[in-house]
Structures are given as C-alpha cells and as structure tokens.
Design a protein around this ligand. Structure first.
Ligand SMILES: [Ca+2]
Ligand SMILES: [Ca+2]
Ligand SMILES: [Ca+2]
Ligand SMILES: [Ca+2]
Length: 402
C-alpha cells in the first residue's frame, strides 16, 4: 500500500506489514488535503489494510486542544521508549479489557501511527461476587515497563497480568514489533512492577508486588534475570502491610551499590522501605510517613543533591502529591505536600524547565549514585544515572506552576 500526494503523485507514506496479513499505514494530513491510496499485490494476494489519517488542524482550534489516538480496549498504563531505532519516542499501552498491549510508533511531530496489538496474559473483565475479591476498578491496573533485558540495545516489554497471576515478557525485534509473549508466574495477583539488577550480576531482574484481596498482606516476587530475556522462577516474600493499588520502585537510596525497594499503596500511611542486600533479597527497614493512600509513586532526584526522592500520588487526600526528599543514608525527610485536588491515581516526573532539573509530573526517571542496576536503559532510552560522586548542595524543592 502506498499513499500518494494527489497533485504530484509523490509518495507520502508506504504501508508496512502488521500482525497477520494486515498492512498498516499512518499519515498526518491537513484539512482539505487530497491523497491517493494505491493498493497493489501479486495474483492471489489476500489480506487487509489499515490506513490511519491524523488531522493536525485539530490542534489549531480552541475547542480541540488535544489529539486522541486509539490504543486498545481499556487502556491502563503507558511506557515511553524508542522501539524502532529512529530516535523518536514510541508508546506502549497496556489494555486491561483486551488482554493486549498496543504499540504506537511515533512520527516525530507529536502524532503516532496506528496501534499494533500484541497478546498478553488474561484479565477477566467481569466481577463475580464471592469469587472475585476485588472489584474491576482495583484490578484494572496493568503496570507496563520497557527495559533492555538482553543488553542488545533493543527495548523489551514487561507487563503484569492480575488474573492469570503472571507477567508477560515480550522481547523486542528492534523494528517496533515484538516476539510472542513468554509468561512467568509472579505472585497470585500481580499489580506493580519494577526492573533493575537486584543481585548485581549485570542482568536486569524483575520485582513484582501483588494486590491485596481479602486483607491479606501483599506478596513481593523477585524474578532474577538470566540476561538473555528469560527469568528464573519467582522467589516470594511478604510485605508486612495490606495495600491495594500497590506500587513498587527500585533505586539505590543509601548509595551502597545495591538497589533498594520502596512500596506504596492504598491504606498505607506513607511508604515501606526495604534495604537491598545485593543478592536479590531485601531487608524491611520500616515505614516513612507521607500522606495516605499513595496510589502511585515516582522516584527522581528533584533537588539535584544526588539522593533519589519520592513523589506520591495521594489517592484520597486533598493534597494531590507528596514529596519525600531522600537523605544519603536511605532515610527520607518529612513529607511536603504539593498541588491541591483530590484523587490522583498516577504520577510521573519530567524536566519541563529544560534546565536538566526535574520539576514535576512527566515520565523521566533518573537514578542517583553508583547504580549497577541502571547501566542499561530502563523505562525508555534515557541516560540512567549520574556519575558516582556527583553532588550538589541540598536545596529546597520550589513550588512551580505547571
Ligand atoms: Ca521510534
Ligand atoms: Ca540481576
Ligand atoms: Ca542500596
Ligand atoms: Ca534528591
């Protein structure tokens, strides 16, 4: 399939093979622009084609200041990374109603090509009283992460499957397509996901926390990576508290070269902190206070002092976000509340000021200090680490209009 300029017959875009025999093409057009679609094939050729036209004029109207791109049924979480080596960020969306991830390749102008769907593990889309212990509203999260699991420069997908009690790993081909999923058992009802080298063998590992049906304390599973995109069987330990909407992050908070673990979630008055032992196990060190019910947590060095800080999204508090500035020894300072507004259930961090400093919501994550777990791209293809010894005087987080 080719899309041609109707006046000059110049090629504007060509279709590329998608899943099955589908051929996909995507093009940004202007209002009134005429195009020709040329479909060709050998005798007996069969198949479908999908042509997606995006009208950028939608941006110009005051009534329509956002563009909506299709993904799959019930989009849950998004990961950003360059999947096809063109330098342009792409999107991976986990779909809780469709049991798929959608891959949307970026065009570089803020638009995305038509989504390609890849199968992942099951999530029931119904709620059966007496059988299902949590409503669909609490099960709909499917954490999705991008990481270079094989160290070959190609990003792979990891996503949690609540009802099938496993995670799906989809190895990337480097062209925006992915190999069929391989599933690994990971807690009875996995919800939150983190990736890093927790045993310092140079291979990325996966840590998963489950949800908490029936007020049973959460399980945390560690799956050690073999470095080739496969993983060893889960090793489970128990979180002392009961959390719904549980989320989990890895960073070296105390600068000992071993990744540590923070856990947030509903019903927890702050975050639980585990010190990493460097062998894939963790030692529970207690709780740091924050606002209640952190439905999501982000880790970033907000004040550029080299210590990772925590940003909590407060699901049921008036303060929208709470910041806990990290100390160098794996402890945190008193919580500071920012942004009013109730009920946020997701948060991310990026530098909106273009000054190489992290300011507020977005997606970047930078780890501080010597951090063997972050030598490869995680959560995209950003540089992931400051040099050992990098320090700036501690500062205050300034409130900033976003
Ligand atoms: Ca790309
Ligand atoms: Ca490892
Ligand atoms: Ca550590
Ligand atoms: Ca900091």
């Amino acid at each position: 399939m080719e899309v041609l300029d109707a006046a000059t017959l110049n090629n504007l875009t060509s279709g590329t093979p998608g899943p099955g025999s589908d051929v996909l093409a995507s093009l940004a057009v202007e209002e009134g622009q005429a195009v020709l679609v040329h479909i060709s094939g050998a005798a007996g050729t069969m198949g479908d084609f999908t042509l997606e036209l995006t009208n950028l004029d939608q941006f110009s109207g005051t009534q329509t200041t956002s563009l909506v791109f299709p993904a799959g049924d019930g989009p849950s979480k998004v990961a950003v990374g360059n999947l096809n080596a063109d330098g342009i960020p792409d999107l991976v969306v986990s779909n809780f109603l469709a049991n798929t991830v959608s891959v949307l390749l970026g065009n570089g102008d803020g638009t995305f090509q038509a989504p390609r769907q890849f199968s992942i593990g099951a999530l029931k889309t119904t709620f059966v009283p007496g059988v299902d212990t949590e409503s669909l509203a609490f099960r709909e999260r499917r954490d999705v992460r991008l990481a270079d699991l094989r160290g070959n420069g190609i990003l792979d997908i990891v996503v949690t499957n609540y009802d099938s009690g496993d995670i799906s790993v989809l190895l990337g081909n480097g062209d925006g397509t992915f190999q069929p999923q391989r599933r690994y058992d990971a807690t009875p009802h996995p919800l939150g996901l983190a990736i890093g080298d927790v045993n310092n063998d140079g291979n990325l590992d996966i840590v998963v926390i489950d949800s908490s049906p029936a007020n049973v304390p959460n399980n945390i599973a560690v799956l050690l990576g073999n470095g080739d995109g496969t993983f060893q069987a889960e090793k489970i330990f128990q979180e002392p508290n009961v959390l719904f909407l549980a989320n989990i992050h890895l960073a070296d908070f105390n600068h000992d070269g071993k990744l540590d673990l923070v856990v947030g979630g509903g019903q927890l008055n702050g975050v639980d902190f585990y010190q990493g032992n460097g062998d894939g196990t963790f030692t529970y060190k207690g709780q740091f206070p924050g606002s209640r019910q952190a439905a999501d947590t982000a880790v970033a060095d907000l004040n550029n002092d080299g210590n990772p800080d925590l940003i909590l999204a407060n699901y049921s508090e008036v303060a929208g976000a709470t910041v806990l500035l990290g100390n160098s020894n794996g402890t945190f300072q008193a919580p500071q509340d920012f942004f009013s507004g109730q009920g946020p259930d997701a948060i991310a961090v990026a530098d909106f000021g273009q000054r190489d400093r992290l300011d507020g919501p977005g997606t970047a994550r930078r780890q501080a200090g010597p951090d063997p777990g972050q030598q490869r791209p995680v959560d995209g293809d950003r540089p992931a680490g400051r040099r050992a010894g990098y320090r700036r005087p501690a500062g205050h987080l300034r409130r900033r209009r976003l």
